[in-house]
Design a protein around this ligand. Structure first.
Ligand SMILES: Cc1cc2nc3c(=O)[nH]c(=O)nc-3n(C[C@H](O)[C@H](O)[C@H](O)COP(=O)(O)OP(=O)(O)OC[C@H]3O[C@@H](n4cnc5c(N)ncnc54)[C@H](O)[C@@H]3O)c2cc1C
Length: 467
C-alpha cells in the first residue's frame, strides 16, 4: 500500500525532492518536543500545484499528510504520529517581497521569521511578532502556531499581522483567504480560523503580512527583586498604572544562576527574580514612561532598578534574556517547556502555585517568560531515562495546566496543543466546545488527512504522556 502511493507521488515531484531512505525519514521523525514517529515518505513541494496534487492523492489513498516548517514546535505539532507523508515546507521560500507603499510583506511559508524582520527594517518598517526561535523557525510554522514573543504584550501575536493567505485545503482545493487590505469583512474570516490551527485545516503556501512603521525610540530597564511574587506584583502594578511596555520579561533565581553559569553577563545571582522592561515609541513619551515604570518597580520593593543608557547596555540586558533557553537546556538532559498563561492580574497567584508545585513534586522547576501578558514558561529540567522522576514531572505538568485554567487562563499562550496538551482541551473548553472544533475539522477534512492525531486526544489519552 505504502509503495503504491509513494510511486504515485513520484509522478508529482521529482526524485530529488522525495525521500524514502531510513536516515532521511528518521531525521523527520521528531520536533523540539517529545516523541518520535517515522513517516513513510518525506516530500519537499515547490509550488501550490504540487501541494494540491499531493493532498488530492493523499485523500485518494487515505494517507495522512503532516506539514512541517523547521520542526521547532514545542508541542508535537509537526510529528507524523500516524506515519504517512511529511510535507517539508521549509524549502518553499521563493518569495519575500516588501510593499512599502501598502506596508505589507508577501512571503512564502518557508521564509525564516528573522529574514522578514530584516527585510522590513530595510524599508523603515517593523514586523513585531518575535518568537525566540525567529532565527530558525519559518513564518509558516509561526502562522499555524500563532507564535509570539516578548513584543506580544504591546503588539499582539502573529494573527494580528496576517491579512491574507494562499491555502491548499485538506481536500486539495486552492483557496485565497483575506487579501492585501487591512480592513476586510467579506464573508467568514477564514484567515483567523486557519492561523493557529496547527496545520489541521489547510497548508499555507503564501502569506500577506501587515507591517507597521519602525519605532523611533526604545528604553530598557533591568530590575531585581527578592522574590518572584514581588516581581509578579510589580508587573501587575506597571500595567494597572496605564503603562503598556513593549516587553516585560521575567526570570526566576534558577534562570539567573543558569545564565551566569552558562555565559556570565553580570546578573546578581542573589536576586530572587528579575524583570526586563522595555518601552518604545516617541523619544519624549519613552523617557516619561520609563521614569514612571522605574518608580512603580521601586515602590513594589525592587532591590535594584537600572535603566540602560547606551545601546551596548541595552543589548547586554537582552543578551541575558536570550541566554535563558540555552542556559536552562544545559541544566539537564531533558527540558519540559510549558507555556500555560494566566490573566495579567493573576501573575502573582500563578507564581505562588508554581512554587507549590515545585515543592510538592520535588522537581527542578525553573520559570521565565513573557510575564507582561501572563505567558510564563515553567520549565522542568529532568532526565527522561529516570522514569520515576518523569512520572512526577507528568503529574506536575498536569497540575500546572489545572492551575492556569483555575486562574482563568489557558493551556497554551503560544506553543500550541499538538500531541502533548490534547487531553486537557476539555478542561478548558468543555465537551461541547471541543465537539464544535471537531465538527469544523470534520467539515473541512472529511477523510482526516491533514495532521491527524493533534489537538484532540486519541486512544483514551487522559493526561500528558512523556514516558
Ligand atoms: C529554542 C526555542 C525557542 C522558542 N521560542 C518561542 C517563542 O518565543 N514563542 C513562540 O511562540 N514559540 C517559540 N518556540 C516554538 C516554535 O519555534 C514555534 O512554534 C514556531 O512557530 C514553529 O515554527 P516551525 O517553522 O519550526 O514549525 P513546525 O514546528 O515545523 O510546525 C509547527 C506547526 O505548523 C504546521 N505547519 C508548518 N508549516 C506549515 C504550512 N506551511 N502549512 C500548514 N501547516 C504548517 C505544522 O504541521 C505544525 O503543526 C520556540 C522553540 C524553540 C525550540
Amino acid at each position: 500500500m505504502a509503495e503504491a502511493y509513494v510511486e504515485a507521488l513520484r509522478g508529482i515531484v521529482p526524485d530529488e525532492r522525495l525521500r524514502v531512505d531510513l536516515a532521511e525519514r528518521y531525521s523527520y521523525s521528531f520536533d523540539a518536543s517529545f516523541g518520535e514517529y517515522l513517516p513513510d515518505v518525506v516530500v519537499r513541494p515547490d509550488s501550490d500545484e504540487e501541494v494540491s496534487e499531493i493532498v488530492k492523492l493523499a485523500n485518494e489513498y487515505n494517507v495522512p499528510v503532516y506539514p512541517r516548517g523547521s520542526a521547532t514546535s514545542l508541542s508535537g505539532g509537526p510529528l507524523p504520529v500516524h506515519g504517512g507523508i511529511v510535507l517539508d515546507m521549509s524549502q518553499f521560500k521563493h518569495k519575500l517581497e516588501i510593499d512599502k507603499e501598502n506596508m505589507i510583506a508577501i512571503v512564502s511559508p518557508g521564509v525564516l521569521t528573522s529574514d522578514i524582520h530584516e527585510a522590513a527594517a530595510e524599508y523603515g518598517l517593523f514586523y513585531p511578532p518575535d518568537p525566540s526561535s525567529a532565527h530558525v523557525s519559518t513564518i509558516g510554522g509561526n502562522i499555524l502556531e500563532n507564535s509570539s514573543g516578548p513584543k506580544g504584550l504591546k503588539y499582539g501575536t502573529t494573527k494580528e499581522y496576517v491579512i491574507g493567505m494562499n491555502v491548499v485545503t485538506p481536500t486539495g482545493e486552492r483557496v485565497r483567504t483575506g487579501g492585501r487590505t487591512v480592513k476586510n469583512v467579506t464573508g467568514f474570516d477564514l484567515t483567523r480560523l486557519i492561523v493557529g490551527s496547527e496545520g489541521m485545516l489547510g497548508i499555507v503556501t503564501e502569506v500577506t503580512l501587515r507591517l507597521i512603521p519602525e519605532v523611533k525610540a526604545r528604553k530598557t530597564m533591568l530590575a531585581t527583586f527578592e522574590t518572584s511574587v514581588d516581581c509578579g506584583r510589580a508587573i501587575t502594578n506597571v500595567l494597572s498604572k496605564g503603562i503598556l511596555p513593549a516587553a516585560m520579561e521575567f526570570m526566576d533565581n534558577a534562570c539567573i544562576r543558569a545564565v551566569e553559569h552558562f555565559k556570565p553577563v553580570g546578573l546578581p545571582v542573589d536576586a530572587g527574580a528579575l524583570l526586563i522592561l522595555e518601552v518604545d515609541g516617541h523619544p519624549y513619551s519613552v523617557d516619561d514612561e520609563m521614569k514612571e515604570a522605574s518608580e512603580v518597580c521601586e515602590s513594589a520593593g525592587a532591590m535594584t532598578v537600572e535603566v540602560a543608557e547606551t545601546e551596548e547596555q541595552r543589548a547586554n540586558i537582552w543578551k541575558s534574556r536570550k541566554m535563558v533557553s540555552p542556559a536552562v537546556t544545559e541544566m539537564g538532559p531533558t527540558k519540559i517547556s510549558e507555556d500555560a498563561t494566566v490573566p495579567r492580574g493573576k501573575i502573582p497567584d500563578m507564581m505562588e502555585r508554581l512554587a507549590e508545585i515545585r515543592e510538592k513534586y520535588n522537581l527542578n522547576l525553573v520559570v521565565f517568560g513573557h510575564a507582561g501578558d501572563g505567558n510564563l514558561h515553567p520549565n522542568i529540567i529532568t532526565d527522561k531515562r529516570n522514569t520515576e522522576e518523569m512520572k512526577r514531572a507528568e503529574d506536575a505538568v498536569s497540575e500546572i495546566f489545572e492551575a492556569a485554567v483555575e486562574l482563568g487562563g489557558t493551556l497554551s499562550g503560544e506553543h500550541g496543543i499538538g500531541t502533548l496538551k490534547a487531553p486537557y482541551m476539555v478542561m478548558e473548553y468543555g465537551e461541547a466546545g471541543v465537539e464544535l472544533m471537531k465538527t469544523i475539522k470534520a467539515a473541512w477534512d472529511p477523510n482526516n488527512i491533514l495532521n491527524p492525531g493533534k489537538m484532540f486526544a486519541e486512544n483514551g489519552q487522559t493526561k500528558v504522556e512523556l514516558t
